[in-house]
Design a protein around this ligand. Structure first.
Ligand code: G6P
Length: 373
């Protein structure tokens, strides 16, 4: 009903505007100002966590892209390998699971059958399963060894938005907690990361306050485009995949998301006069070598006639040079950038779907939670 939407035209619109709270609530009460993380609710012993030598994230859809973002952060912080696997592929390929493997199942609903079957398999093989889940008491947390809830609040729109940013936040907390338990990061390093994480709700709010008009205008302009490309590098890569998925799900547009470095290995052949290409541009600060590589990708597609949209840091002159449109984000550390970069892409798909007259909250052929294999 209109009341449930709290004045927003759709649940999706409301839920995108709840991205900042989703991150803030998921962080709440889980660490102190000295940077000490307490996740007592996990119910896994410190000894068990210390012994973890590999993480496998299993998930589907948007949750799997949150897992892919987390891989970049957790490997960097904890120095143990993190694999991310689609839950439906995982179980049927005889994956290597030992008692020292921590399987992290990410699921908004907690009811996705593919993910549930994957964790059953992992536990049968003797691995520990930790669920990152948004729905209290659902099947996946019930069948896991431990659970850390995301506190995004109920998500109604089929296309997942605020749950995604909450999943990244929760996975980051788990990564930092492992680093703390395994003693592989200094306390002040953990404190520093937590400090940037705590600033993310207001940075997301900045995007919501500043980008809506340009995103809407761009969506209206491109409403008749038949296909889109999304590209990004490092943590911008999963963000590109998620932005592309959103557009498929609710705007029904053929969209390909891929790693920017792959452009020359194939996808550039798709670029033609007017092809819209959305590029996630990493920060140029700290002499980030990836920045110039991504900028030259934009130049390459622009030279072939693409209509270029960049998601870039405020005041990045290179990101404007070859861009037809820029969706700005406030400056933040690279590992934090997915939390802001996904927001204009969520809005973009929503405005695109609206402009096409689609049902934004209930896209055709899709269900909020898929409880069959
Ligand atoms: C369905 C939904 C997606 C969601 C995926 C995983 O396909 O339509 O939006 O990302 O399931 O759902 P889960 O509840 O496990 O996060």
């Amino acid at each position: 009903s209109a009341a449930e939407k709290g004045g927003w035209p759709s649940f999706m619109d409301k839920e995108i505007h709840e991205d900042p709270q989703a991150v803030a609530e998921t962080l709440m009460g889980r660490f102190d100002l000295q940077g000490h993380i307490t996740l007592d609710e996990l119910h896994v012993s410190v000894e068990e966590l210390k012994s973890v030598d590999k993480i496998i994230v299993v998930a589907c859809g948007t949750a799997s892209y949150a897992g892919l973002v987390a891989k970049y952060a957790i490997e960097h912080w904890v120095r143990i390998p993190v694999e991310v696997e689609l839950a439906h592929e995982f179980r049927y390929r005889d994956p290597i699971l030992t008692p020292r493997t921590l399987v992290i199942a990410i699921s908004q609903s907690g009811e996705t059958m593919d993910t549930l079957m994957a964790i059953r398999h992992a536990r049968e093989q003797g691995s520990k399963v930790l669920a990152l889940c948004n729905t209290q008491g659902s099947s996946i947390p019930r069948e896991s060894d431990a659970v850390l809830y995301t506190h995004a609040g109920p998500e109604v729109a089929v296309a997942s938005t605020k749950a995604f940013v909450a999943q990244i936040t929760a996975a980051y907390l788990v990564g930092l907690y492992l680093a703390q338990v395994k003693n592989v990061m200094f306390a002040d390093e953990i404190q520093e990361v937590l400090r940037s994480l705590r600033q993310m709700p207001q940075k997301i709010q900045w995007v919501l306050d500043n980008d809506v008009d340009v995103v809407k205008k761009t969506a209206h302009k491109l409403v008749d485009s038949k296909a889109f490309l999304f590209l990004g590098r490092h943590v911008g890569y999963p963000v590109a995949l998620e932005g592309a998925l959103k557009l498929k799900e609710i705007a029904y547009t053929f969209t390909e998301g891929f790693a920017a470095g792959e452009l020359k290995h194939g996808p550039i052949a798709l670029v033609d006069e007017g092809t819209p290409v959305v590029v996630i541009v990493p920060s140029a600060r700290n002499r980030n070598v990836l920045h110039s590589k991504v900028i030259s990708n934009i130049e390459e597609v622009k030279a072939r006639g693409a209509y270029t949209i960049t998601v870039a840091e405020e005041g990045d002159p290179d990101a404007e040079k070859y861009a037809d449109t820029v969706f700005y984000r406030p400056a933040c550390p690279t590992l934090m950038s997915p939390l802001v970069d996904v927001v204009p892409l969520q809005l973009f798909s929503m405005y695109m779907a609206e402009a096409k007259g689609n049902d934004v909250d209930k896209p055709r052929n899709l269900a909020k939670s898929v409880t069959v294999e």
